[in-house]
Structures are given as structure tokens and as C-alpha cells.
Write a protein that binds this ligand. Structure first.
Ligand code: FAD
Length: 282
């Protein structure tokens, strides 16, 4: 089936939700396509403390609940599908798993994907937050020393023992570092450069180049993230696409500006430009 809509947004994280809110309030026909759940990556945040207007901070799960509620309150049209590719010929054509979609204006807000460790032990490392979130009484190793590694360690430490393995030294926010250092369930190993991981029945033995060893039931990789995009099979720079096509949020940002507020502001900006274009007869 082909679903036609004037405006389509791919991705229901903070960026896509922000665009949806503004476009819906401007009474424009918009469809949001999300492959998993509304809210995006921020669902896994331990405590969001840098969001203006939330002086006591807010947990990631609660924040995504509010994003979802906001969309429901304004009756946003949402379809759950995974878009693999986009082509353009007068209109955008989006290929999903269940449907094909067609639109005049397109916002791509598909977030980021994990940077993966390439080695002969890479099969033992998982990058899927949702597989870890319900773990209890495990020894979990997190590889990486940035904000995401430390923030997720704090979440997992409520029910598990967490070992953070860092190749050099931590490069996360000072507040997160201090909290992790004061947490009795978190152990930080600096200068732990992994040379091998050995699987033994239900556990893994992680061996450093200095032959130090850490035993873990599961291993989470958090060595950075990259832009995540469906295949965009057209010339993105063609003049015709000005104010018709946008990539916003973590799908285009780098590690310096991967924040909710940046993603949301780009979401608003795209929505403002599309509104102007449509209202001026474009
Ligand atoms: C553990 C953790 C803690 C964090 N803490 C903070 C914090 O405290 N403060 C802060 O400002 N930021 C924080 N961040 C960063 C923040 O989560 C991101 O910057 C923000 O979520 C980016 O929003 P986005 O909408 O661009 O992308 P995302 O949130 O990644 O949303 C993208 C959405 O697109 C969907 N999608 C992807 N591909 C497709 C497709 N092909 N078809 C359909 N749908 C698709 C995804 O399922 C997802 O819902 C944290 C991140 C993590 C991982």
C-alpha cells in the first residue's frame, strides 16, 4: 500500500517529536514514522539534568513517557515501520517494511547508531541498551569512558555490579565521574586496553594487554556513536530540495552536540521552514 502525506518525519525521538508538535499545532498534515518506540535514545538516560525547565532532573523513561503523551494529546498521526531507503522524483518515496510512503516534505530524524569494536572477539559485545536494562545480579562490563558509558553504568548499578573498562582515562562529564566513583557497585579500570575476550560457559573473561582479567556475565560496548540514516538515494544538494528536505538531531550532529535540546531546536527549525514554505504556496 502507498500512504500519501504532505509532510513525513522519520524517527520519533526528541528531534522528530519536536517537529511533529510544531507542525501539528500549525494544522499541517504530518505523519510520523517510528520503527520502535516514541522517545528515542533518551529512554535509557539515568537522569537528565541539563534540560531547561526540569530543575530536579528527570529520568529518561519518564521523559519519553511525556514525549509520547504530548503526541497523543495533539492526535499526531503515527505509523510504526522501519524505513530502509528514500528516493526523490518530484515527491519523496520512502520504502518501509509494511508500506511505501510518499510526501512533498521530508524530515529525517533517525538518530545515531553505536560505533562497533572490530576484532575477533566482537561477537561477545552487545550494543543494545534494551537487552541490559532489566538485568539483575549480574557482573556487567561496559567498554568506554564517555558520558553514555558512565550514565548507563549508573543505571545498571542499581541491580548489578558494573565494571567500566577504559582504554585510557575517563572522558565523561565530571558530575557523572564523581557519582560513579562514589558508587559501591561501580568499578572503574583505567588504561585497560583489551587484547582478548574468552567465553567460558555463562561468563566472559576479558583480558588486557597487561594480562589483567575481568570476569563478566555480559559486555556492553559504548565507544561512541555515528549518524544513523536510511539509504538516501538522491542528490541531497539539489536546489529543488531547499526547505523541503531536512536531516536533524543526532542523525546529523556529532559527539559535541548530541543533546536533546539541540535535537529539539533543529526539529523546530525544520518545522518553521516547512510551515513558511507551505503557507507561502510552496
Ligand atoms: C544513556 C544516554 C544518556 C543520555 N543523557 C542525556 C542527557 O542527560 N541530556 C541530553 O541532552 N542528552 C542525553 N543523551 C543524548 C540524547 O539521548 C540524544 O541526543 C537525543 O535522543 C537525540 O534525539 P534524536 O531525536 O535526534 O535521536 P534519537 O533519540 O536517537 O531518536 C531517533 C529515533 O528514530 C528511530 N529510527 C531510527 N531509524 C529509523 C528508521 N529507519 N525508520 C523509522 N524510525 C527510525 C529510532 O527508533 C528512534 O526512536 C543521552 C543518550 C544516552 C544514550
Amino acid at each position: 500500500m502507498i500512504i500519501n502525506k504532505k509532510i513525513i518525519i522519520i524517527g520519533g525521538g526528541p528531534a522528530g517529536v519536536a517537529s511533529s508538535i510544531l507542525l501539528s499545532r500549525n494544522k499541517l498534515p504530518v505523519l510520523l514514522i517510528e520503527k520502535y518506540k516514541i522517545g528515542g535514545l533518551i529512554r535509557f538516560a539515568n537522569l537528565i539534568e541539563n534540560y531547561p525547565g526540569m530543575p530536579d532532573g528527570i529520568n529518561g523513561e519518564q521523559f519519553t513517557f511525556l514525549l509520547d503523551k504530548h503526541l497523543k494529546n495533539i492526535n499526531t498521526d503515527i505509523v510504526y515501520d522501519n524505513i530502509s531507503s528514500v528516493t526523490y522524483k518530484n515527491r519523496f518515496s520512502l520504502q518501509g517494511v509494511t508500506n511505501t510512503y510518499s510526501c512533498e516534505f521530508l524530515i529525517v530524524a533517525t538518530g545515531s547508531k553505536p560505533r562497533k569494536i572490530k576484532s575477533n572477539y566482537s561477537n561477545f559485545i552487545s550494543y543494545d541498551f534494551s537487552k541490559f536494562i532489566n538485568k539483575r545480579d549480574e557482573h556487567i562490563a561496559i567498554i568506554g569512558g564517555g558520558d553514555i558509558a558512565f550514565d548507563f553504568a549508573l543505571t545498571l548499578s542499581l541491580n548489578n555490579r558494573v565494571n567500566i573498562l577504559i582504554r585510557n582515562i575517563p572522558c565523561c562529564n565530571d558530575v557523572l565521574l564523581e557519582r560513579a566513583k562514589n558508587n559501591k557497585n561501580i568499578f572503574i579500570y583505567e588504561n585497560f586496553s583489551i587484547c582478548n575476550i574468552i567465553k567460558n560457559n555463562e561468563s566472559y573473561e576479558i583480558v588486557s594487554h597487561e594480562q589483567n582479567r575481568i570476569i563478566a556475565n555480559s559486555i556492553f560496548g559504548a565507544i561512541g556513536r555515528e549518524n544513523n540514516l536510511p539509504k538516501l538515494l538522491f542528490d541531497k544538494k539539489q536546489k529543488e530540495l531547499k526547505d523541503k528536505f531536512f536531516i536533524i538531531g543526532d542523525a546529523i550532529n556529532n559527539s559535541n552536540n548530541r543533546y536533546i535540546i539541540c535535537a529539539e531546536s533543529q526539529g523546530f527549525d525544520a518545522a518553521i521552514k516547512i510551515t513558511k514554505q507551505i503557507k507561502s504556496g510552496g
